[in-house]
Structure formats: C-alpha cells, structure tokens
Write a protein that binds this ligand. Structure first.
Ligand code: CTP
Length: 407
C-alpha cells in the first residue's frame, strides 16, 4: 500500500478479498501510514501489518524475501507515482519496494495519482518499463480527483481490482494446473482478431414503475467468460442485465434491463465469431405493464398475465445469415442433466451447451464455483468442480480449439 488519498479504498479491497476467502498480508510504506493507520489494515486483514525493513522481529518471523514469495499474487494499491518510479528503477529503500524487488510472483498494480503526475513523461516512461516486465495493471480510472482536477489518475474501485485479481490468479493457476483438462486448452487459447458476444446476469421484467420480476442470477459466470475471452485476445461485447459486479476492464459492456432490450443489444452487437448466452433471461414478461404504481385499493390482489419473451439464444442460433460460427448456451437443470441439455442443444440450435445442476442445495446461483458438463452433438464431458473463472478459462480454451478445427 503506497501513500495516497485513495488508500482508504484499499481497506475496502482487503475486506472484499477476505469475503472471498483470500488471506491478505499488508505491507505499508511510511507515506501510506499518513493516510491509513496500520491498526485499521491489521483489523481488516486479520494479520499484523509489515512496514519496517529493519525489524528484527519481522526478520526472524518471516523475512522480507519470504514475505513477497509466500503470496500467490502481489497487489500494489494504491501505486503512487513515487512507488512506480522506485519499482521501475529497482530501488529497495523500504520494506514495500524491497518486497517488490524480491518477489518471484505476478504483480498487479493499481495506480493512483494526480492527473498531471500520471501524464508526466517520467511516469509514462516508468509505466512502459513495468509493462514490458510483464506487470499487470488495473486502472487508473478517469474522473474527478480529491485534488479537484479531472482526468485519468483515480484508483480503480475495489470490486474492479478484485475482478482483475481473480483474472490474474485464474491465468496463473491454469498454467500450473497439471490436469488433462488444462493441457493444450488454456495454453493454446487464442481468440485474437475474433469478436465474442456474451450475455450475462438476470433480466428485470417490469410490473409497474416500481416493481419487477427477476431471478437469482449473479452474472458472475458470464462476466468471467467475457474476461477470459478478452484475456485470450478477443474483442468482447458483454450484454449485461442488472448485476452488482463492476464492468471488466477492456470489455465493451452494454447494460440492459429487460429480455427485449437484451435482444436488441445482441442484434446491434452482431456480427460475431462466438455468441455465448450465459444470461438467465426471464422466460416471460408482464403483458400490460402498469403506467402508474398499482395500489392496494381493491379487495382482490392484482392478477398478472404473462407473455413469452423472445428466446435470444434460439434466434441467434437460427439466423439465416450472419450466424456466429459458434453459438453456446447454458442449461440450468434440476434433473436428467445430460438428457435435458441435449434436448435444449437441438431445440435451440446451438453448438455447445454448458449444463449445470441447480437442484435444491446446489450453490451455482450466486456462488463462486460451478460444476458443469459440456454437451455437444458428439460428446458429453463432465468437468470437476471449479471456480467460475476456471470454468470460463477452460471454456474459452475449448471454443478457440473448436474455431480452429472448423476453419
Ligand atoms: N435463453 C435466451 N433467451 C431466453 C431464454 C433463455 O437466450 N428468453 C438462453 C439462456 O441464456 C441459456 C439458455 O437459453 O443459455 C437456456 O435457458 P433456460 O432458461 O435454461 O431454458 P428454457 O428454454 O427456458 O427451458 P426451461 O426453462 O424449460 O428449462
């Protein structure tokens, strides 16, 4: 943690990471301690805070070399202009910069500084050096700054950094994964020059101006697929229903509410090489949406008449011209998983179905992991339980192979 006003957001980042089951060890620069107390960081991380390069106790307990190697990922947030300059030049004059120089792990940097400092040629030069070394970046975002100026330099929001961390960890986990699944899949995943359109999240179907019909979809699987496709080099358009996840970096996101809006946005986003329908689109919408709020005036509760929504997946798969080369659907089933998924594959006309069980007690909806079967016309492949990011990366690997094979 470097010293900047946005260090307060890093406290929230620590909390969000702990919520997701990560263990977090905090290293603070002296400047960071001017903005945030080590006590707050320790309370939120549930661990002591490291800040002193020459602490005898720290060296006997952990040591500054071990400190940066015991982690799966090193995150620099906020990365100030000064910290970036020290990193780019290999300085090791405090514990944070020493740990950064000594690490053999991936480093993800979330810069935060005044717009002029960000745009200064010295900072841009340091940035280019760090990028060339393979360092990962999240942000900075554009916007109004604490100093009153406007432009690039704001630290990314905690949830955006969490998404970048999840993506960085997935890629590194996959490269180390010794299972058959990862062999020749994630490694060969290249979608460079391809356009991938993904739908994600639920849809909200209005009843009147204040009420709507919705479902439990969190959008996490679809967002992870969009991120994985972007990481594989694709141009990605993500059409998202209402979710509580930040837009993934580098992906064009179109926000919609209803199934009809989602269909319109998908049509506008085509043509594409791959279409992935991960959204939990409401099957029905209310026939006559109230123009004003329905009141409890009459004795009888209102009766809603529902009409069917367009099936976006089926429409795209049956396009007479401009059909994406690969059309992928999802099937959430409570029983007869393979049989029902296969039926859906044929009826909806898609090339691959990601089938998952949503039987009572399963944690698919809203959870971080997913157990899926990949059903094509020729095969059925059960995959082991994986995080939604791993499912996304494996699926992208599979789709890139399928595209290459159908050339
Ligand atoms: N889908 C879609 N548009 C809809 C309904 C579903 O694009 N109006 C897509 C989903 O994104 C998913 C797939 O179709 O990829 C399966 O949706 P699902 O709701 O499981 O299937 P249904 O056709 O609704 O069948 P059932 O509810 O009877 O299982």
């Amino acid at each position: 943690m470097g010293g900047g006003i946005s260090a307060y957001k890093t406290l929230d980042l620590i909390r969000r990471l702990r919520e997701r089951g990560a263990s977090v060890r905090v290293v603070m620069t002296n400047a960071a301690k001017q903005f945030i107390t080590p006590l707050s960081a320790a309370a939120l991380s549930g661990d002591k805070v490291y800040d002193d390069l020459f602490s005898l106790t720290d060296e006997t307990e952990m040591g500054h070399i071990e400190l940066s190697r015991a982690a799966d990922l090193v995150v620099v947030a906020p990365a100030t202009a000064d910290l970036l300059a020290r990193m780019a030049n290999g300085l090791a004059n405090d514990l944070a910069s020493t740990a950064l120089l000594a690490t053999d792990k991936k480093t993800l940097v979330a810069p935060a500084m005044n717009v002029r400092m960000w745009l200064h040629p010295a900072t841009q030069r340091n940035l280019a050096t760090l990028r060339a070394q393979g360092m990962l970046f999240c942000g900075p975002a554009d916007g109004e700054m604490a100093c009153g100026e406007y432009g690039p330099g704001r630290m990314s929001e905690p949830l955006e950094i969490v998404a970048a961390i999840e993506a960085a960890l997935t890629t590194s986990t996959l490269l180390d994964l010794p299972t058959d699944l990862s062999k020749g899949m994630a490694r060969s995943a290249s979608l460079s020059g391809r356009h991938v359109v993904v739908t994600a999240g639920p849809t909200h179907e209005p009843i009147d101006p204040v009420r709507y019909i919705a479902n439990r979809s969190s959008g996490r699987q679809g967002y992870a697929i969009a991120q994985a496709a972007h990481a594989a080099g694709a141009r990605v358009t993500l059409i998202s229903g209402p979710v509580a996840i930040a837009d993934p970096a580098g992906v064009k996101v179109v926000h919609v509410n209803t199934a009809e809006e989602m269909l319109g946005a998908v049509s506008a986003a085509l043509p594409a090489d791959i279409f992935v329908a991960a959204a939990a689109v409401a099957d029905w919408r209310v026939d006559a949406v109230g123009a004003t709020k329905i009141k409890k005036t009459s004795a009888d509760p209102p009766v809603l008449r529902l009409i069917e929504n367009p099936d976006i997946l089926s429409r795209v798969a049956h396009l007479a011209s401009g059909r994406p080369r690969l059309v992928v659907g999802f099937a959430a089933e409570t029983d007869d998983l393979e049989q029902n998924a296969r039926k859906k594959l044929v009826q909806k006309g898609c090339d691959l179905i990601v089938a998952n069980s949503v039987a009572m007690g399963s944690t698919t909806f809203g959870g971080a992991s997913n157990t899926v079967q990949i059903v094509t016309r020729e095969s059925n492949e059960p995959w082991p339980e994986m995080s939604k990011h791993e499912v996304a990366a494996q699926l992208v690997g599979r789709l890139s192979q399928m595209l290459d094979n159908t050339l």
